[in-house]
Design a protein around this ligand. Structure first.
Ligand code: CU
Length: 122
């Protein structure tokens, strides 16, 4: 009786540790994959003081560009060739677009047309 219960405790402990280390390994692996994907496929452009920053960016095809309005007034992100068009972005609002095809994409703010910039997709 005593032997059996000891065995059962040992088996239970093994089971717990085995499960824990396996799920930890899976968690680490998926976190690393997600981090790598985010780094290579998303680029942030800030809208600040009536400027897009960085002004011109060069990205790989498949990259998603995320614009964030840090100004206190609304801005838009509008492609000169009608490829993408945001609504008016209030403070801290975001707009994103995934660039699948290589090319040069010029854009501007339709509220302040002097605000221009471009995305070069390779
Ligand atoms: Cu603007």
């Amino acid at each position: 009786m005593r032997k059996i219960s000891k065995l059962m405790v040992a088996a239970a402990m093994l089971g717990v540790f085995g499960w824990t280390s396996a799920s930890n390994a899976r968690f680490v692996a998926s976190a690393a994959t997600a981090q790598g994907a985010t780094k290579s496929q998303e680029v942030v452009v800030k809208i600040d003081n009536f400027s897009f920053m960085p002004h011109d960016i060069m990205v790989a095809a498949g990259t998603t560009v995320i614009w964030v309005n840090n100004d206190d007034i609304p801005h838009t992100v509008v492609s000169t060739s009608d490829v993408f068009k945001s609504k008016a972005l209030d403070t801290d609002d975001k707009f994103s677009f995934k660039f699948d095809k290589p090319g040069t994409y010029e854009y501007f703010c339709s509220i302040h047309p002097k605000m221009t910039a471009k995305v070069i997709v390779q």
